[in-house]
Design a protein around this ligand. Structure first.
Ligand SMILES: Cc1cc2nc3c(=O)[nH]c(=O)nc-3n(C[C@H](O)[C@H](O)[C@H](O)COP(=O)(O)OP(=O)(O)OC[C@H]3O[C@@H](n4cnc5c(N)ncnc54)[C@H](O)[C@@H]3O)c2cc1C
Length: 562
């Protein structure tokens, strides 16, 4: 008899088909695809099975594997070779075969092609060990190159970036951040020197380059003689290695030792005359890379919702297994209350996110009205900052829902929180995007389009609970905009800047609640399903007005003197 026989062992949480088990996502896809759902559902279901089965198991088995940088070969040759984890190699094949980039460009489903593609990404992401990072930049690179009109570069790279053949598929990096500035990218010090023909040589240091194994990269550098600041930067295309695998004037200094995203090979690079090509023009690079940022911010938002949903799927399953004080957690009112709020927050983020996805899909397929273009500009930053912040708090809550097990590495749970923490940092921090939202408002003539969106959602709601929820969304957004209008009239720029994040999060949550309510009305009327309505009422009951105006002196003293 073994010494531990008879000891209690807790069942671990388990996952089923991640499409079939996800009521809120299936409801969204049913609405988007209508009669054609039967045609796309098998692919979503197949991805749901892989994500909840083979890939999830591989992720747990692969937990301790990390990318490895080998700087020298046995004979003293500098090689800077990066070996990826087994799961990443599998994820690369799956991504190409499922068209996780390509589907959006094949556009077989017209305006909803992006919804299908991002639907697949949503299912794939939480089991992919953040392989979605290079995919996001690949999608961004394809969009940026196509928008640039640079025929030779399009012919050279885009076919590979969107390929469904794993042997042909390329990924792209996005090398913007330097030690002098990630948010303040205008401080970049990389210099570009013109050579014969259309070749340039780049020299400098890139401080964070994820997906350092990608076949191409889009990067910023300052052509010699250009002015300081963002305006003097130009956008370049380069291929880090030639066909023999030798590096193109690049040294990999090290891989970053990070809190999370441990499988992503994020490197520091030194460029020493790396050969590159101008994507568009010898200046204006910060503007020219905007299509990349729009895309990666949207991926970030989708991945944030996918992460929250994974935490909840596991916590929900565990609540049915774990018994405390004589009853399963699933029968304990306070535990249920905690999970219910996390579900409501996730559901609101899902609708915020896929509204943005829908705008992108419609712009590509049929073009957007002026109002649609305004919404797109405002919602890209707003959705990213709202979902990124919410993901960290929802993941923290869902880890706590496992008690001590949530803190133990080989359950695979802590990784979820660590990976979530990057979502509000990369692709623009919460503060930086809140300030970008102010710029977006100045460019598009204000925030009225967001208020109009909330009002449209409200007009479509007949259910009393949803009328109340959308009324709260309208009042909260209205107050935020009133605050902004008042400070703008007073030209109180300091208060506007200090309050930008509070305003942005209030607006993001208001729009999310309105879109969730609109969907809930559709689900009630057409499907007799009231669960989205319960989510909307729950969120409304929590409330989320955040605007206060603390005196600037008090804020500075609290922040800096403690
Ligand atoms: C895992 C990981 C992978 C990454 N991969 C890549 C990559 O592949 N390519 C790439 O280019 N970059 C990458 N990055 C870099 C990332 O995009 C930057 O770290 C991020 O943009 C922030 O820049 P920073 O680190 O310079 O921080 P800073 O800009 O120094 O910001 C520090 C703090 O100051 C705040 N702040 C800055 N300016 C203001 C302001 N005006 N008002 C209020 N607050 C402000 C920020 O919100 C932040 O909290 C990666 C980062 C991580 C963590």
């Amino acid at each position: 008899m073994s010494v531990d026989s008879g000891l209690f062992c807790q069942d671990p949480p388990s996952l089923g088909n991640q499409f079939d088990d996800d009521r809120m996502f299936r409801s969204l896809m049913t609405r988007r695809f209508g009669d054609t759902l039967a045609e796309v559902a098998p692919r979503l279901r197949e991805m749901g099975a892989i994500a909840g089965g083979e890939l999830y198991r591989a992720q747990l088995d692969d937990r301790l594997n990390e990318p490895v940088l080998t700087r020298w070969d046995p004979w003293g040759q500098r090689i800077d070779k990066i070996d990826l984890t087994p799961l990443w190699r599998r994820a690369a094949r799956l991504s190409a075969e499922f068209g996780l980039v390509g589907e959006a460009y094949e556009r077989r489903w017209g305006a909803v092609s992006r919804s299908l593609r991002f639907g697949l990404v949503y299912l794939f992401h939480p089991s992919s060990d953040v392989y979605t990072c290079p995919l996001a930049m690949t999608d961004g690179a394809a969009r940026t190159l196509l928008d640039s009109g640079n025929r030779p570069l399009i012919d050279r790279a885009v076919g590979h970036l969107i390929s469904r053949d794993p042997e042909q598929a390329w990924t792209s990096g996005q090398w913007m951040t330097e030690a002098t500035g990630g948010s303040d990218v205008g401080q970049s010090q990389t210099v570009a020197v013109k050579q014969e023909g259309d070749i340039w040589k780049l020299s400098g240091r890139k401080w964070f380059t994820s997906a350092a194994t990608s076949e191409i990269a889009l990067t910023l550098a300052r052509p010699e003689g250009n002015p300081e600041g963002g305006k003097g930067l130009a956008l370049f295309y380069l291929e880090p290695r030639d066909t023999t695998g030798s590096l193109n004037g690049i040294r990999v200094c090290r891989l970053k030792d990070k809190l999370g995203t441990r499988k992503v090979p994020t490197a520091e690079l030194i460029l020493e005359g790396a050969e590159a090509h101008l994507v568009k023009r010898p200046h204006g690079g910060v503007r020219d890379i905007v299509p990349m940022l729009e895309m990666t911010r949207t991926w970030n938002s989708v991945c944030a919702v996918a992460t929250m949903r994974r935490g909840l799927a596991l916590a929900r399953d565990y609540a049915r297994r774990r018994v405390a004080f004589g009853r399963p957690l699933a029968e304990q009112p306070l535990h249920l209350d905690t999970l219910a709020l996390a579900q409501a927050q996730t559901e609101s983020c899902l609708h915020l996110c896929f509204y943005l996805v829908d705008l992108i899909g419609r712009r590509e397929a049929e073009g957007l009205s002026e109002l649609g273009m305004k919404e797109l500009r405002l919602l890209t930053s707003l959705t990213k900052l709202t979902t990124g912040r919410t993901a960290v708090s929802v993941m923290s809550e869902t880890l706590e829902a496992f008690g001590g097990a949530g803190y133990v590495e080989d359950t695979g749970l802590p990784m979820l929180l660590r990976d979530a923490q990057v979502l509000p940092i990369w692709e623009g921090t919460t503060n930086v995007l809140s300030l970008d939202l102010l710029r977006a408002s100045a460019e598009t003539g204000g925030f009225d389009s967001l208020l109009a969106l909330i009002q449209r959602c409200r007009a479509g709601c007949t259910d009393t609970r949803l009328r109340e929820a959308t009324a709260l969304a309208e009042v909260s957004a209205g107050r935020a905009l009133e605050w902004f209008g008042q400070r703008s009239r007073e030209e109180d720029h300091r208060s506007i800047e200090a309050g930008a994040r509070r305003m942005a999060l209030t607006l993001g949550q208001s729009v999310g609640l309105a879109l969730l309510s609109e969907h809930a009305q559709w689900a009630l009327t057409g499907q007799g399903d009231e669960r989205s309505a319960l989510a909307a009422s729950r969120l409304a009951a929590e409330g989320f007005g955040r605007l206060i105006d603390p005196p600037a002196d008090a804020t500075a003293s609290l922040a800096l003197d403690g």
